[in-house]
Design a protein. Sequence first.
Length: 271
Amino acid sequence: MKDILTAPFVLEMENTTANMYRLGWDERNGGNISYLLDEAEVKEYLDVSSVIREIPTGFDAPSLIGKYFIVTGTGKYFKNVKDDPETNLGIIRIKEDGKTAQLLWGYRDGGKFTSELPAHLMSHMARLSVDPENRVVIHSHPTYTLAMNFVHELDEKKFTHTLWEMCTECIVVFPDGVGILPWMLCGTNSIGEATASKMKEFRLVVWGMHGIYGAGKSLDETFGLIETVEKAAQIYMLTCHMPRVNTIKDSEMKELAEFFGVNYRKDFLNL
């Protein structure tokens, strides 16, 4: 059996969390990631019949029964994942009851998965219902995106439109726009349910005055979605207090989207 520490999905998690911490998106133990794994790939590195312990998830996920995930741990710092992945990450399988996680590897210090796991599982269920290739959910606190929450109206169309105006690539990278939730208590099933509802329509959901949720087919794609929003938000925050001399026109955004063949939110443009 291969060494789990050489598994591509472990190395990807190490590199992604290190980058997110380096960029200042995940201070202290802020942020979390869950990554749906292929069973055959997991079996190359682990004896999946050997369960270390069982942990209640606090949520019933019937459509995820038997699915494997690698998940960041609760209270864990992203900066420490690369140096000690076995303590800061865990590989779990959703048990037949849909409400229990079977720990197959990780959380070596007796820890458990992120407190946001129910919200992640809800988002995975929502995304898989519209995109069977969705595998990743990332929650983080990107600085400029968060700052923008305090000075920009939290309206999905207006917020998305402003981001699209900031960089030529934006409407191509996230043509489905950005969903927005008002401030809600984190770590609850209520915010998870609200996020999952938005995830049926958007791959990116802003948690008002808190952070952002992103979903995608891979860690790279999901990281890139959040990265692009954050770059656009940074440009907005650097320019919003000055007179606007130039902008990308709505007709030009339409031209961009149609040239690249993306299915964009036509109702988010003013044409």
